[in-house]
Design a protein. Structure first.
Length: 400
């Protein structure tokens, strides 16, 4: 048969992260690659109890089709936990926050539409936007977030800017209060909508991040959130909060995709969240991740001494971002690290344009402290060998 693919299918490429995750299935690999929450944090007993409760109280409704907007009590719970005035009618429950990105792309992007993103940005967002054939444009960014002057220079004719202000994936940075105020004001002045993605905002270590951009200008922001990082990713449960002017189209896009997010999952999460469960549970996640971040920072400081490796110590979230010495390409380095039983994510795919080949992302949340120590030592040895190899090549070239 002559299957003729749609033009948009050419924009669909394999996920670099998913391909790397296949490597981690090899026995003995210590993975610092995948953005997977620690399974130690999954509240299994709470869900066992919630499952029994949901089936006992209203099992028929829990196993039936349901409203596309989502389970009303869960939409109310989402509205109540956000730090600005949100009407539950603005909350759309999604099948993971990744679906929220897909819905945004379908509703807001035409072929050739300019879409602004941070430098670097979340690879999954670039993939979600890709089939709609946008023109993604990176906005210069520093440790405090996007640089306002570059945002203003590039805002004309852009459909929206996609931002992760809290513990951003991949670089782990957090946008400061001052930068949020400036970005919000600049976007409003330019008439530029913001798509704010906040999957990691509750995973702060010492102090909560500043209020969301959506709290400053609710009519100019679509806000995405997730239960994957605070409960469990296997639930595939997220949400978006949208201005009433755009909400109906997002809802229609969802109806065309899956009719509704699984209602059984929604009812279970709603049951688990009763009695302020998250207020008791999330601090245990923060404490675990902080210990592991500290362990990775210490290991990098110790093992990479003298190697001119730059890295950050994020104030929350799940990722640490590093930049290796000149002459190293982390895509080339990865298979050599895997030979030493450690995996990471090369940084170049996270850029809208040409990526920085020297960067990499390390996840510190699924490996134990002992595994982190072992993995960083192996990674450092791999870097040393790569630098020695590059030096030998330079010497040989000079002798020719």
């Amino acid at each position: 048969m002559n299957w003729k693919l749609a033009a948009r299918a050419a924009k669909m490429n394999p996920s670099v992260l998913r391909e790397i995750l296949k490597v981690t299935e090899r026995p003995g690999i210590i993975s610092l690659a995948g953005g997977l929450p620690s399974p130690k944090t999954f509240p299994i007993q709470a869900f066992a109890d919630a499952c029994a409760e949901v089936l006992h109280n209203d099992g028929q409704a829990a196993l039936q089709y349901a409203a596309s907007e989502g389970f009303a009590p869960l939409r109310q719970a989402v509205a109540d936990m956000l730090p600005w005035n949100v009407d539950p009618s603005q909350v759309l429950i999604t099948t993971g926050s990744q679906q929220g990105l897909d819905l945004v792309a379908k509703v807001l992007i035409d072929p050739g539409s300019k879409v602004l993103v941070e430098t670097p940005t979340y690879l999954g967002a670039l993939q979600a936007f890709g089939p709609m054939e946008p023109n993604p444009v990176g906005v210069a960014s520093d440790d405090d977030g996007v640089i306002v002057e570059d945002l203003v220079a590039k805002a004309k004719d852009a459909r929206f800017i996609y931002l992760l202000p809290n513990f951003q994936n991949p670089p782990g940075r957090t946008m400061t209060e001052e930068r949020r105020a400036a970005v919000s004001a600049a976007a409003a002045a330019a008439g530029l909508p913001i798509v704010e993605d906040n999957p990691y905002g509750e995973l702060w270590f010492d102090e909560a991040p500043p209020p969301p951009l959506a709290a400053r200008n609710p009519e100019g922001v679509i806000y995405l959130g997730s239960f994957s990082k605070v409960l469990a990713p296997g639930l595939r449960l997220g949400f978006l909060v949208a201005p009433k002017s755009i909400y109906p189209k997002l809802l229609q896009a969802k109806q065309a995709v899956d009719l509704h997010t699984p209602i059984f999952t929604q009812r279970m999460v709603s049951a688990v969240m009763k009695d302020n469960f998250l207020e008791r549970h999330v601090p245990t996640i923060r404490a675990l991740y902080k210990r592991q971040r500290d362990a990775m920072s210490a290991a990098l400081t110790r093992e990479m001494a003298g190697l001119d490796v730059k890295f950050n110590a994020p104030k929350g979230g799940m990722f640490l971002w590093a930049r290796l010495p000149e002459g190293i390409d982390t895509v080339t380095l990865l298979p050599k690290a895997v030979e030493r039983n450690v995996a990471f994510v090369p940084g170049a795919p996270f850029y809208a344009g040409e990526g920085d080949a020297r960067t990499l992302r390390l996840s510190f949340v699924t490996a134990s402290v002992e595994e982190i120590d072992t993995a960083i030592a192996a990674l450092a040895q791999t870097v040393r060998e790569e630098l020695a190899l590059a030096g030998d090549k330079q010497l040989a070239a000079a002798q020719i």
